[in-house]
Design a protein around this ligand. Structure first.
Ligand code: ADP
Ligand code: MG
Length: 245
């Protein structure tokens, strides 16, 4: 057995008096795809943000490739941060920059790549999401699906060890969802390690090695999609699956 890439141990997060994450435990192996499902407000986004340290956990351990991120200084986290890519619901593209400039920014600023190197890598990943012809376009001229594919390419351009997605298709018009899921499925079928918060149950079924069902700040049940969707054990999982399928 090799060590997991990410091991979350006894993770807790409290906002004021609101205990949002209650003793979360889970492991993600390199190359695995984990989908996190559950009702809104259950703590899914907070969990992603506490793993990648966009939010500081109240207590617990987030072991990333042998380093506990919770114990790291902000300065050291900046270096580690580039190893975890993140794709948000609302794309978070810079509207005043062309698509290729969006992709080049972090590789140049954070990794110190030259303009030429960053352009080459940027074009490689833009091509991989089928948008090489949009390199000079501005985000506002793109559809939601195209914006999200650019955001995925931008995350990939940092060549992270793992990619987190927080409801990447929730802000899209229905006709744009498929093209984004297709790009994600191609990544998942490759070697990319992915953690995906999603309401797209068919997608979760198709690509996940494991599904984590969250409710009330607790991972209520973890299982393979085949088991979790056909034979949920926890009454809360049963209730949720009954509503969404
Ligand atoms: P989900 O992504 O499953 O919908 P969230 O992680 O966004 O759930 O939110 C879980 C709970 O944490 C909610 O009650 C929300 O109000 C609370 N919460 C999330 N972020 C903050 C914050 N920055 N400050 C205070 N409360 C927060
Ligand atoms: Mg959320």
């Amino acid at each position: 057995m090799t060590n997991p890439l990410i091991a979350v141990k006894h993770l807790k997060k409290t906002f004021e008096k609101n205990e949002v994450l209650k003793d979360i435990n889970g492991e993600i192996n390199a190359g695995q795809v984990v989908c996190i499902i559950g009702p809104s407000g259950s703590g899914k986004s907070t969990l992603l943000r506490c793993i990648n340290q966009l939010e500081r956990p109240t207590s617990g351990i987030v072991d990333f490739d042998g380093t506990d991120l919770v114990q790291e200084s902000d300065q050291d986290l900046a270096k580690l941060g580039e190893k975890i890519g993140m794709v948000f619901q609302n794309f978070n593209l810079f509207p005043n920059m062309s698509v290729i400039s969006n992709l080049k920014l972090a590789p140049m600023r954070v990794k110190g790549l030259s303009d030429e190197e960053a352009t080459k890598i940027g074009m490689k990943y833009l091509t991989s999401v089928g948008l090489a012809d949009k390199a000079e376009a501005y985000p506002n001229s793109l559809s939601g699906g195209q914006k999200q594919r650019v955001a995925i390419a931008r995350a990939l351009a940092m060549e992270p060890q793992v990619l987190f997605f927080d409801e990447p298709t929730s802000a899209l018009d229905p006709e744009n969802v498929g093209e984004v899921l297709k790009v994600m499925k191609t990544l998942a079928d490759g070697t990319m390690t992915m953690v995906v918060v999603t309401h797209e149950m068919n997608f979760a079924k198709q690509v996940s090695d494991e599904i984590w069902f969250m409710a009330d700040g607790v991972i209520q049940e973890k299982n393979t999609p085949a088991e979790l969707f056909t034979n949920p054990q926890n009454p809360k999982t049963q209730d949720f699956i009954g509503k969404v399928l």
